[in-house]
Ligand binder design. Structure first.
Ligand SMILES: NC(=O)c1ccc[n+]([C@@H]2O[C@H](COP(=O)([O-])OP(=O)(O)OC[C@H]3O[C@@H](n4cnc5c(N)ncnc54)[C@H](O)[C@@H]3O)[C@@H](O)[C@H]2O)c1
Ligand SMILES: [Zn+2]
Length: 398
């Protein structure tokens, strides 16, 4: 037996910036050149843009092209910007990845070229996957353009697309070359998406950082209004916690059975599929957090006052408290959402490992979920949402 062994170190900068394609902004040029000053004189990049982002900001493609044109020959565009469908359509339609591969081929991208992707988490996932599988990995620079992608998915190491009605069935773990978190993109983001992304900040605060949870509570009214000043520090702290997890958990590529940051996600992933992605990922996560914290309270892990505090914050943020899909049952009367538990186990492999919280700021892992307690948790969430609806607060889908 020859024991082969080597390790590969990864590093990438996550730059917090404002208005990357402003004529005077040097951020992207510095990022493209930063890690190997003095190497190839020209950096070639192909730009992939989220169609939803472009629809909300029609001047963006021309603005980005002008930025590149003014930086030639230091950095140049390898082709016209590609605009791909935004949202889950990018991950559901295999033609999107095929089109990207064809465009990367036509543009003669090599392993030293860059794919610069500006978009929501779905576009980053799909285009990141296409780049990762081109020449076994073309460098990517991510410009996440939603709160969710800036606070969570866009700063990490995963990409992927959906297949066989399963989320992220096809995908890879590949760290980006760099990430630029640019608040300018959020100016055209609708309030619904600004709020949805905050659910991931609440999630990571709940399992890792009680003072951060308290800061989100203090800013809840401004966050619910979609206030960009309040979103800035919330996004930054959430991104830092997600990055710290990848760097220090000892399992950046998720080889174990646990995924500690996926609190609330077994239900969330199922709800997204069940609703045909009518629910945003962040909205589904908010519902997943409600169910899992009610479950933790039902099983005596979490105190009743902490459970109420969590539900109150999600309500104050304007996140959904219930969805009709949570009421769907199979012929045997089993809530369909419970199928998300086995899907979750299968996606990760090994033993079922679900993260719960036993107090605000602290997560813990369990390896089984009790069905009767889950049924009670669902009933608690429903009753609370109905009480609020009767009192005039929102009920159901936003
Ligand atoms: N790779 C990971 O680690 C990871 C982690 C969590 C979530 N995700 C994935 O991220 C996706 C969700 O991402 P998301 O919440 O960013 O939503 P999204 O990508 O679905 O985007 C939501 C909508 O906003 C539009 N949009 C994007 N930026 C905009 C802007 N600035 N202004 C106006 N409209 C804009 C999009 O076109 C889309 O219609 C899911 O597919 C989820 O599975 C990936
Ligand atoms: Zn998530």
């Amino acid at each position: 037996v020859v024991h082969q062994r080597f390790s590969v170190g990864f590093e990438y900068p996550v730059v917090f910036a404002a208005d990357t394609f402003a004529p005077a902004s040097e951020t992207l040029a510095e990022v493209l050149e930063g890690r190997e000053p003095g190497a190839a004189a020209t950096r070639r990049a192909l730009l992939v843009l989220d169609a939803g982002l472009v629809a909300a900001w029609p001047e963006l493609p021309a603005r980005a092209e002008a930025w590149f044109a003014s930086r030639a020959p230091r950095v140049t565009l390898a082709g016209v910007p590609l605009v791909i469908p935004g949202g889950e359509a990018a991950k559901n339609d295999p033609a999107v990845v095929a089109r990207l591969h064809a465009a990367f081929h036509a543009a003669h991208l090599d392993r030293h070229s860059f794919v610069v992707i500006a978009g929501g988490g779905a576009v980053l996932d799909a285009a990141g996957y296409a780049a990762a599988t081109t020449h076994r990995g073309v460098r990517t620079v991510r410009l996440p353009s939603t709160v969710l992608a800036q606070a969570d998915s866009g700063v990490g190491v995963k990409n992927g697309v959906n297949a066989f009605a399963a989320k992220n069935f096809v995908g890879t773990f590949v760290p980006p070359f760099a990430v630029i978190v640019d608040g300018r993109f959020l100016e055209c983001l609708p309030r619904r998406d600004r709020i949805a992304g905050v659910a991931e900040a609440v999630k990571v605060a709940l399992i890792r950082d009680a003072p951060f949870f308290a800061r989100i509570e203090a800013a809840a009214t401004a966050l619910a209004a979609g206030d960009l000043q309040a979103l800035g520090p919330t996004i930054r702290r959430s991104a830092e916690l997600h990055l710290a997890h990848i760097a220090t958990s000892g399992d950046p590529f998720e080889l174990g059975s646990a995924r500690p940051l996926d609190f609330g996600h077994w239900a969330a992933h199922k709800l997204e599929t069940m609703t045909g992605h009518e629910l945003r990922h962040g909205e589904a996560v908010a519902l997943g957090i409600l169910i899992d914290s009610a479950y933790a309270a039902e099983t005596g892990l979490l105190g009743a006052s902490d459970r109420r505090r969590i539900a109150a914050l999600l309500a104050a943020l304007g996140l959904p408290r219930w969805h009709a899909a949570l009421g769907s049952r199979d012929a045997a009367g089993e809530p369909l959402v419970f199928r998300g538990i086995e899907d979750f186990r299968e996606h990760l492999g090994g033993t079922l490992t679900v993260t719960l919280v036993d107090r605000v700021g602290h997560g813990l892992e369990v390896h089984a979920l009790d069905r009767a307690a889950l049924m009670r948790a669902l009933a608690v969430v429903k009753a609370e949402a109905e009480t609020e609806a009767a009192a005039g607060a929102g009920f159901g889908t936003p």
